[in-house]
Structures are given as C-alpha cells and as structure tokens.
Design a protein around this ligand. Sequence first.
Ligand code: MN
Ligand code: MN
Length: 296
Amino acid sequence: MNPDEKIKWEAAGKLAREALHFGKALIKDGKKMLNVTEKIEGYVKENGGKLAFPTNLAVNNVGAHWTPSTKSKDVFKRGDVVKLDVGVHIDGYIGDNALTIEVETNEYSKMIEASREALNVAIDVAAAGVNVGIIGHAVQDKIEQYGYRPIANLTGHRIKRYNLHSGISIPSIRERGGPVLTSGDIVAIEPFVTDGAGRVGGKRNSNIYHLRQIRKIRDEKATKLMIEIRDRYNGLPFAERWLHEIQDDATKNLQKLMRAGVVSYYPVLDELGNGIVAQSEHTLLITNSGNEVLTK
Ligand code: MN
Ligand code: MN
C-alpha cells in the first residue's frame, strides 16, 4: 500500500472512531433514535467525511441491520442493549466500527465485555499469513470462556475502496482453513455474542437499501432518483432518510425502484433464539508483523 493511501485509510478510521464515541454519549433513556442517528451523521459530514452506510442501531434481540426511517418515533429505554455501528468514508476509504451500550443498567456488562475481549484476541492474532479460521477459533474460544455463544452467521469482512464486503469473511466461529490475510488488507473484525441460539435471520425492512442494477424505467422521477443513488453512494448502502434531500416524494419513488428490481432492502437480522446480542468492531490494516487498528 502506498503512503498516500495509508493516510486516507487512517483518516477514515479516525473519523469513524470519533463519530462512534460522539454517538455513544448521546444514547440515553428517553432520547429519540432518529435524533441520535441524525446527530451522528451530521457530525461525520461536518468533519469532512461521508457515511459508508446508514448508522445502525440494533437493540436487544436485533443482531444487526436497522436504522430509523424518517417516520421513526422509537426511543431508547432503560435496560436496552444497543449496538451502535458507524461507518465513515473519505473518498471511498472506509472505517467501520461498533460498540455496545446498555442504557443505565448493568445486566449485560459481562456479555459486552465478552464481545470486546473477543475482538481483542482477534487483534492479537490477525496478521499477514494467518488464515481467517485461526481468528474465528480465537474468537469462539474467548466467547465460550464467558459462557456465551458467538453468532455464526454474522462475520467480519475485508474492505476495499468503495467496497464494504470485498470477498473475504472473517468468522466468529472455529473454521478450518479459509482465506489467508495478506499485508495491506483492510479488514473489519466484529464478534457478535449472544445468550440465544447463535444465529440471526429475518425478513423485516431495515430502512437500509442498496442499488442492485441500473435499468430503464418508465418513470421520470424514479429514474432521476436511481441515477442520484448511483452517483451519490457509489454502490454503498443508503438510508431511506437520506433520499429526502434529493426529492420531496422520494419514499414513493423508492417504492417504484423496489418494484422494478432496481433497489433492495437489507432485512433486519433478529437473534433466532430471542437472545440479547452484543457486538464490538474495529477496522484493521494487516501488516507482516501483525496489524494496525485504524479505528482506535
Ligand atoms: Mn460495522
Ligand atoms: Mn462491519
């Protein structure tokens, strides 16, 4: 990796971290999720970044993939276990990080610590020449030491410029072999811990969307929206909320794009055993001697 590129990955990681911790301080009993989300995303833009994906708030049994819609009235409540996941990009260079907050209570401190410590052991072993199965092994061992389960079908991922999930997945479970990390790889590692089944699934709309394809549509405003989505987000996920700065009637036109197969939503991923879920995530630059945590 050339030095200019490295500076950009580091800048994106630093801003992602700052936005995450800015957001952490806003999550309190009675606060509106939509307001908190908009403040975090405003902070990113004011500091020279863009969103690599809509700010995710996954509460209690939700493992991942949810952001408030424009109409959301949801508020944080005492006892909520909130995964806050923030992704920033600067010129396509992405920083992705997450943490878990329990609102006012301490029922799940141990579970949250397990996710943090699992991430730490992953950071201890991640290096060029290491296959991802070794990371999954270390992560699962640590989570089980705490008496919990890893979520098997939520993984970390290699990142490339404008590409959040670029081929390689990093498991939180023991796997044999798997792809080998190389020097210069950017990877997000994100162990998810639960007291439930250890798997997530679901079909509900998360309010997070992605562009699937560009095609001819017989609707002028929907076509304009499709082109704006392509040009603004460059293949990265986007929120329904964001489209209102493009068009007043964006919600209606988004529906048209969905029906035309141009846009799809990501489903909300619920813990299938109704367990509580905790998550910790950092973005790392893999080196020959180990790694550099870019979101630290
Ligand atoms: Mn993330
Ligand atoms: Mn991630």
